[in-house]
Write a protein that binds this ligand. Structure first.
Ligand SMILES: *Cc1c(COP(=O)(O)O)cnc(C)c1O
Length: 367
């Protein structure tokens, strides 16, 4: 079956003899021993979590999935599953919360090199005998850098290392890292999967069920950073419209990127759909759409960028992304004093409002 059909039906698992059309929320934490569904206790499993994990695995073309209480919990479990002393190669531009996990949680336990992963030579030069994980995020947050997943996969295979890809920005609607050679796909389902800025969640999907995956599943159960049945229900509900929302987000982002790239107050636009983006060709070869995220720098500095944000009426000045409503934030202010993100950079999560209204608001805010 095709993506849209799987998205609507795979995460909707009806066992009730009254045959509701929508799977109910199973709040019970415990289940009678020997039940036909094979569920025992909600930390280990739950019908709503099973539905969510099955739809996620199917959409990402993996063999199994594990749902977590946040994207950061999901990513952190991958680092935790590595042998102590392992080395990670990670992008110099990546989601700051997982950067912090690598540095602050695993600093004394794992080694990490942050490199420009859009430059294959830099990645090759960073490989050490103990490199156990290549962590890819493409497009990256917030500079929308593109990493060639196929090429990194060749390096990971030669090294016998795991290739994991944070696919939050692209979603499986536009990019299937497993088909491109990744072993593990990670998501913050808080973003496009949830799609309405009202549920926190994370997920991992694996290509194969192997000992590394068994360890991840063990950490999921023992560590216990699992989503509630209600959160799983909300995600299954939102995933049903994911393909349609993503096409809208991507179409709107292209229109806004084009507008911004011609605006005299704008210094530079970061969007992989633009032909002059350095990752455009690689993006076109591994994605079927360019997503709904873009960043741009305002001529001037932090103050000029802040002034634009304060004039916006439709775009909420808030962090996070992937909801139906448009958001904007000056990213360096959120990432703190150690950030390498330009001070005048605004990151935009392009929503599903009408583009005429979005363009009008951008235009008046830029003055
Ligand atoms: C938000 C985000 C995360 C972290 O997810 P949470 O659900 O906030 O814990 C990880 N990676 C990317 C690319 C993100 O945007």
């Amino acid at each position: 079956m095709k993506f849209e059909t799987i998205a609507i039906h795979r995460g909707n698992q009806i066992t009730d003899k009254n045959k509701p059309v929508v799977q109910p929320i199973t709040l019970s934490t415990t289940f009678e021993h020997g039940n036909e569904g094979g569920v025992l206790y909600t930390r280990a499993n739950n019908p709503n979590r099973r539905a969510l994990e099955e739809v996620l695995a199917a959409l990402e073309k993996g063999s199994d999935a594990a749902a977590f209480s946040s994207g950061n919990a999901a990513g952190t479990v991958v680092f935790q599953a590595l042998e102590p002393g392992s080395h990670i190669i990670a992008p110099d531009d990546m989601y700051h919360g997982l950067h912090s996990s690598m540095v602050n949680l695993f600093g004394g336990i794992l080694e990490v090199s942050f490199v420009d992963m859009s430059n294959l030579e830099e990645v090759k030069n960073a490989i050490r005998p103990n490199t156990g994980l290549f962590w890819v995020e493409t497009p990256s947050n917030p500079l929308l850098k593109i990493t060639d997943i196929r090429k990194i996969s060749d390096l990971a295979k030669a090294q016998g290392a795991v290739l994991a890809c944070d696919n939050t920005f692209a979603t499986p609607v536009f990019q299937n890292p497993i088909e491109l050679g990744a072993d593990i796909v990670m998501h913050s389902s808080t973003k496009y999967f949830g799609g309405h800025s009202d549920v926190l969640g994370g997920a991992l999907v694996t290509k194969q069920t192997n000992p590394f995956w068994e360890k991840i599943k063990m950490i999921q159960q023992v560590g216990g950073a699992v989503p509630s049945p209600f959160d799983c229900y909300l995600l299954c509900r939102s995933i049903r419209t994911l393909a349609y929302r993503m096409r809208g987000h991507a179409q709107h982002a292209m229109i806004l990127a084009d507008f911004l790239s011609h605006h005299p107050k704008v210094e530079k636009v970061y969007f992989p759909g633009l032909k002059d983006h350095p990752g455009h060709e690689v993006a076109a070869s591994q994605m079927t759409g360019f997503g709904g995220m873009l960043s741009f720098t305002v001529k001037g500095g932090a103050a000029e960028a802040d002034a634009v944000v304060s004039k916006m009426r439709l775009f909420a000045n808030a962090t996070s992304l992937g909801g139906v409503e448009s958001l904007v934030e000056r990213r360096a202010a959120v990432e703190g004093p150690t950030t390498k993100t330009p001070q005048n950079l605004l990151r935009v999560s392009v929503g599903l409002e009408h583009t005429d209204d979005l363009l009008e608001d951008l235009d008046q805010a830029l003055g």
